[in-house]
Write a protein that binds this ligand. Structure first.
Ligand code: ADE
Length: 235
């Protein structure tokens, strides 16, 4: 996948997206990531990218044109128009299903807002999909963009060692993940559940399923109810 990010703070990205699994995905060519300085696309000679809000209101708004210039140049360079996302607390909240859908796109462009946001006409003109990472407000779209890039990258074919890495984990099946244990068998007087040391795969599977259901019901009753409803529909 090709992933382009437009931001006023490109230097925030390498530490997070240059290491671990995403860093390896880039080195192996599963992900081609380019982070662009938004000011480079400003028509203003001093690189201004913002303006006051029409109609009044506090703070400054990012203008449409620098993003538009960046996206047009990118489209020409790639020979295709990437699917465009704008990180915003106003969008639908990111979940695993969205990450999986976005991972199927050949090219994504993520726009990072700052200040009071961006001119609405940019979002309308480029049919931008708004995405939130949760019901709270951050100072900018950079951290949300990194989170989205991480969640999408790990779903790309070949990035994780094998598919069970994500088919077993929280949110894939609509349930949260069961608890897991490693050495030593007894730690500070707490023994790992005996069934996990039994070697009996059927019993281990059944225990894990039971635990997944219990943890989902306890921590996320909303997900549990949705899962129950799905079961009723035979899916
Ligand atoms: N920018 C500021 N807050 C945000 C949030 N919760 N999600 C996405 N982008 C944001």
């Amino acid at each position: 996948m090709r992933l382009d990010i437009f931001t006023l703070f490109p230097e925030m990205f390498p530490a997070v997206l240059g290491h671990s699994i995403v860093g390896r995905a880039r080195r192996r060519g599963h992900l081609q990531l380019c982070v662009h300085q938004l000011r480079d696309f400003s028509p203003d000679p001093r690189g201004r990218v913002d303006g006051t809000v029409f109609g009044g209101g506090k703070g400054m708004l990012l203008a449409a044109e620098p993003f538009a210039q960046g996206l047009d140049q990118l489209g020409e360079h790639l020979g295709l128009r990437p699917h465009i996302l704008y990180m915003s607390p106003r969008g639908p909240v990111l979940n695993q299903k969205t990450a999986r859908r976005l991972a199927e796109k050949p090219a994504l462009a993520i726009l990072c807002g700052h200040y009071e946001g961006v001119d609405q006409r940019l979002l309308d003109e480029y049919e931008v999909e708004e995405v939130s990472i949760g019901d709270y407000v951050l100072t900018g779209g950079e951290l949300p963009a990194m989170i989205l890039a991480d969640a999408v990258s790990r779903m790309l074919p070949g990035v994780l060692a094998d598919e069970s890495c994500f088919t077993d984990e929280s949110h894939f099946s609509g349930l949260l993940e069961y608890p897991q244990y490693t050495r030593p068998e007894v730690w500070r007087g707490r023994a790992a559940p005996e069934v996990l040391l039994s070697g009996h795969h059927g019993k281990i599977e059944a225990w894990r399923r039971e635990q997944s259901l219990a943890v989902t019901q306890r921590n996320r009753p909303d997900l549990y109810q949705a899962w129950l409803k799905n079961q009723g529909q035979g899916t």
